[in-house]
Ligand binder design. Structure first.
Ligand SMILES: [Zn+2]
Length: 163
């Protein structure tokens, strides 16, 4: 494919083919690098496209880094820690993930990664570790007011905007 045919994934900025994971939203066409970015866009579109005359945080080049520190009741084995680290690092938008003993730390861009995606990665790790690990890892991921936090960052519609 010619470089000039490519468009930007509105969530992560990666260059993609114009029809990759394509959707039509408010008569505009968008292509996404991955199902993850597409789901992220559809759950909070105005983080990425804004309103007429009102750019979205992503369009202003904003990155919202968030750091979460998860405390486990039982320590992970060395292999378990490596697996958790690998699965979290594999998510697009995760800057850094470390796991050792009873602590998991993950730094990620709130505009690219949702709590559900972190939870899915931890569930996957727990499933592969067996025993009670699914439950232990999920319990460690405290559900705080993150979604509220992120909604407050969406572009606000100007008064003349009628959907
Ligand atoms: Zn993307």
């Amino acid at each position: 494919m010619k470089q000039s045919d490519q468009v930007k994934c509105p969530v992560c900025g990666m260059r993609v083919g114009p029809h990759q994971n394509e959707i039509i939203y408010q008569q505009m066409q968008f292509a996404f690098c991955s199902e993850q970015c597409k789901a992220r866009f559809l759950s909070h579109p105005h983080l990425y496209i804004g309103y007429p005359g009102e750019p979205a945080p992503r369009q202003r080049g904003q990155v919202e880094l968030k750091r979460r520190r998860l405390a486990l009741r039982q320590p992970l084995s060395v292999e378990g820690a490596a697996l958790v680290q690998e699965l979290l690092s594999g998510l697009m938008g995760v800057n850094e993930a470390t796991a050792s003993g009873e602590t998991i730390e993950v730094t990620y861009d709130l505009l690219q990664v949702s709590l559900e995606e972190l939870e899915q990665a931890l569930t996957e790790a727990g499933t592969r570790l067996g025993g009670d690990w699914v439950e232990r890892l999920r319990r460690a991921l405290i559900h705080e007011s993150e979604e509220t936090e992120i909604e407050a960052r969406e572009a606000t519609p100007p008064h003349h905007y009628l959907p």
